[in-house]
Unconditional design. Structure first.
Length: 196
């Protein structure tokens, strides 16, 4: 069964890439939370909304998204002592957990896959694939193209173009090298151009 793709109104865009100083400061917050779980709240408050939005863009259901988001943060807190600093934001680890939870949900419930396309997300992707037609027409085409992608490919597109993540962050989330993430994304864009 083909996945279902919807278009919705825009939401807030968050900055995912951090400077080296911000990464080190965040690592100190994580180490503090590893020592005292009550300090996890700082990380939870910072990342709840972007993780919730990421999940919502894949489920299109607020209640399901809230449940999955709770699971993401519960698993993160339970496994915080296993987290190690790799030079990417803590959010990369949370996105990996969220991606796994979304995949598990679709497998368990045999649900249609959903990708919410938003105007502010799609312009850059549409321009990379085909900048000849108008944006509105191309968003309709993009919806059709995304329906033909594998779930892992949809995740790559969502992380790169909708979440504005670096290749290093994407590699960390999908458990591949930064260079491999670049190659996969290049091939994926070529595939999407052909489908377009």
């Amino acid at each position: 069964m083909r996945p279902h793709t919807t278009i919705s109104s825009s939401m807030t865009v968050y900055k995912n890439s951090l400077t080296e100083a911000e990464l080190l400061s965040e690592w100190q917050e994580i180490q503090t939370a590893q020592q005292n779980p009550a300090r996890f709240r700082v990380l939870y408050d910072r990342y709840y909304e972007p993780i919730f939005r990421f999940i919502l863009n894949r489920t299109a259901d607020e209640e399901t998204s809230a449940d999955l988001c709770s699971q993401v943060f519960l698993k993160a807190m339970q496994n915080l002592n296993k987290f190690t600093y790799k030079g990417v934001p803590f959010s990369a680890w949370l996105y990996r957990i969220a991606t796994n939870e979304i995949t598990q949900l679709f497998r368990q419930q045999n649900r249609n896959r959903v990708v919410v396309l938003e105007d502010f997300h799609t312009k850059e992707l549409v321009n990379e694939i085909d900048d000849k037609a108008g944006l509105e027409l191309n968003i309709q085409k993009l919806s059709h193209v995304i329906q033909q992608l594998d779930p892992d490919e949809v995740t790559m597109v969502q992380l790169r173009y909708f979440e504005q993540m670096s290749f290093k962050e994407i590699g960390e989330i999908v458990n591949i090298t930064e260079n491999n993430a670049k190659v996969k994304m290049y091939r994926l864009i070529q595939k999407m151009k052909k489908l377009f």
